[in-house]
Each structure stands twice: as C-alpha cells, then as structure tokens.
Design a protein around this ligand. Structure first.
Ligand code: PLP
Length: 380
C-alpha cells in the first residue's frame, strides 16, 4: 500500500483503553464520575508535579472557561490572549461577556511576545483605568513560549495567567511541564491532540481548594444539601468515566508518542536540510523541549519559487493532508474591533507556514513521501 492517505494527526490507541472501559461497564460506572476519572486525574497530577491539582473536564475549551469563571471574569472586563492561536483560546472570554485583547507573537517560539504583553497591559490601564483580568499565553504546535518573562510581568502587575497548553501536552520548558508555570494550565484530549479521550480536557489548578471549586462549577454548582440548592450559575463540564478510561490507556503510551513526534521532527529536518527556503520550526534553544505535536515548516516563496498554498494543494492531490498555520485572531472577522497589539510576526508566519503530518500513525516512509512531494514543488 504505497499510496494510502497520510493525515495530519490521528488518534492512536495503546490497546489498554478497552480494559479500563470494560471495568467501567462491569461496575456500572457509566457516568461523569468514578474510578477512571479519579485515577486519570492522579496520573495527570503525577505528570505535572509542582503540587498541582488537576480536574478532568469535557473539553479544553471548558477548562479555559472555568478558569475565567473562577477568576471572576465578567461583563466589561478585558482578558489578554495570544493572537496567533486556535479560536478556542479566545471564545470563552466572550462567553463571559468580556473583551479579548490580542497580543502578537515573537519570531523564535511563535508564542506571546513579552515586550508587547507589557505594552498592552500599560496601554489598557491608561485607556480604561483597569487592569486586564487574566493573561492567556498559548504554546503553538507544542512549542513552549517565553513563560519566565511572561510570569515576571504578570506577577509585577498581579494579573493571573492561564497557560493554554492544549497543544503542548508533555512539552517542557527548563524541564518543567508546560501548563504548570501559571496560576492555571489547560490540557486538551480532543481526537487530534497528543493523547485523546475522544474529546476532553483538564484544568491544572494551583491547590486543592481551587480544584474543589472547579469541580463544583463543572457539576452545575450544586450546594452540599439533600435537595438541589444553587447560589451560583453552574456548568455540565465533567469528564465521563468512559472517556477517562481512554485517557488512562493513553497515558501508558505517552512517552512513546512523545518520542515518535520528536523522531519525525528529526526526519523532516534531515530531509529538508539541503532545501534553500524551507525551515522546520525547532526549539529556539536548550530550555525549550517541544512535543512537536504538529511539525511545521516555513516556505519562503522568494527562495523556493512557490507559496504555501500551492504546496498545500499539490499535497492534497497526492492524498497528503497539510494545513496552513493558525490565522491570527486579530484578523478574524468574529473578533473585528477587539483591541490588538501587533508587530507583524503572526501575520507574516501565516503567509508562509504549513503544518505537516505528525504523530504515531505517520511512518518514516510517510515522512519521506511528504518531503519528496514538497521538494518537487520547489524550483531547482
Ligand atoms: C484544541 C485547542 C483548544 C481547545 O481544546 P478542546 O479540547 O478541543 O476544547 C484550545 N486551545 C488550543 C490552542 C487548541 O489547539
């Protein structure tokens, strides 16, 4: 089967998942709580270290939403969010009736530019008389960002940080897990992410009391009374015990998945080494340890004689899936009018970048086929 379709990033089962799901059925724990939920949370807490507490939820988007709810973000507030990201980073800000304020990226990691972040904070205070309520940096395609600088600024202005680590499960910065630097961190287990629960997410919380409060919001804010008493608006955001069983099975192969994503990155680097005008996005220095969830390249049309969209269409005609980089939020029609602090980096990257097939379902020969087809598009 030389020419089967090569997809961007497919779910890949360890074989252990069915055991945990069977246990759930055998014991009739087919509900959004139970032994798999508790054990999956313990697995994730062990991965996080730092004394963090983890709540598993129905999605990564729900995790961002509940962090904002717990920080008291409401109508009229502003929340700073990285502009170059998936819309799910910013949508929950609007669910709360607040306004996103977008901040551009720096060119090394492609993530939030700390200088621009501080400029944005100062300018929002000058213009509105109030501080933004939270900061949401993102780790695109698994690449860590300049989190030390971002935390220093956030601490100086006393603004809480929610790290959107949805794409960076298992990535590390200075050997510390991404998502554990800020007040909150979010994980996603959607079908296309590093590990999957078919759909799901988690919120990394600073302490046990916060974890309990997040669980309260995630289960309809029910007060501890025999009858149903509610003093706050609640949500139905808890993870199912069946999904958590998938998550437990996936955790058994996390290290193998990480190793394979990184191995494919090395292969792409080798295959493009002699191609002028194609660069693989790599860890900027030794502090960064990306999971390389999606391997991404920049295609310089001036040097290759071809633009990313022509390459993408050629790959599609060869049954190879690829995808442009995230279109910056400050250029999205739905967020038109939101304040934005930009430096041109994200818009520039968007005109040059392509995400390539990555992950456990992609073989070495698949990567060779992908690289061969891309190189065939370039001028000699
Ligand atoms: C996938 C993703 C999310 C949302 O996670 P879901 O589990 O799909 O809700 C948030 N932010 C980023 C950057 C993502 O890639």
């Amino acid at each position: 089967m030389a020419n089967s379709k090569i997809l961007l990033c497919l779910a890949h089962m360890s074989g252990q998942e069915m055991k945990y799901i069977q246990e759930a059925f055998d014991t009739n724990w087919v509900v959004p709580l139970g032994p798999n939920v508790n054990a999956f949370e313990k697995d994730l807490e062990a991965l996080c270290e730092q004394g963090k507490h983890v709540v598993v939820l129905s999605s990564g988007t729900a995790a961002i939403h509940l962090a904002l709810v717990n920080l008291g973000v409401s109508r009229g507030d502003e929340v700073i969010c990285q502009s170059m990201t998936f819309s799910a980073s910013a949508n929950p800000i609007v669910y709360q009736g607040a306004t996103p304020v977008f901040v551009d990226s720096e060119a090394d990691s492609w993530n939030m530019d700390p200088n621009l972040l501080e400029e944005a904070i100062k300018d929002r205070i000058a213009k509105t008389g109030r501080k933004p309520k939270a900061i949401i940096p993102v780790y695109l395609y698994g690449m860590p960002g300049m989190i030390d600088e971002i935390m220093e600024i956030a601490n100086r202005y006393e603004i809480p940080v929610i790290e959107d680590s949805a794409e960076a499960f298992g990535s590390r910065y200075r050997n510390q897990l991404c998502g554990t630097f800020g007040d909150y961190g979010i994980m996603s287990f959607n079908g296309n992410k590093m590990i999957t629960t078919s759909g799901g997410g988690a919120l990394i919380c600073p302490d046990e009391a916060t974890k309990r409060k997040i669980m309260f919001y995630a289960t309809q804010s029910r007060e501890p009374m025999p009858y149903y008493l509610h003093k706050e608006i609640g949500y139905n955001y808890r993870m199912s015990n069946i999904c958590a069983g998938i998550g437990r099975g996936q955790m058994t192969v996390l290290d193998e998945h990480l190793a394979h994503h990184r191995h494919l990155c090395d292969r792409y680097v080798e295959l493009f080494a002699d191609v002028d005008g194609i660069t693989v996005h790599l860890n900027p220095d030794e502090r960064y340890d990306s999971n390389y969830w999606l391997n991404t390249i920049l295609i310089d049309p001036a040097k290759t004689g071809v633009d990313y969209e022509t390459v993408r269409q050629h790959l599609e005609s060869c049954d190879i899936e690829s995808r442009p980089l995230w279109k910056p939020m400050h250029t999205q029609p739905v967020f038109a009018g939101a304040p934005a602090y930009v430096n041109g980096v994200s818009e520039h990257l968007f005109t040059m970048g392509l995400c390539l097939p990555s992950g456990p379902c992609v073989s070495d020969s698949d990567v060779e086929r992908v690289a061969h087809e891309i190189i065939s598009c370039c001028k000699r």
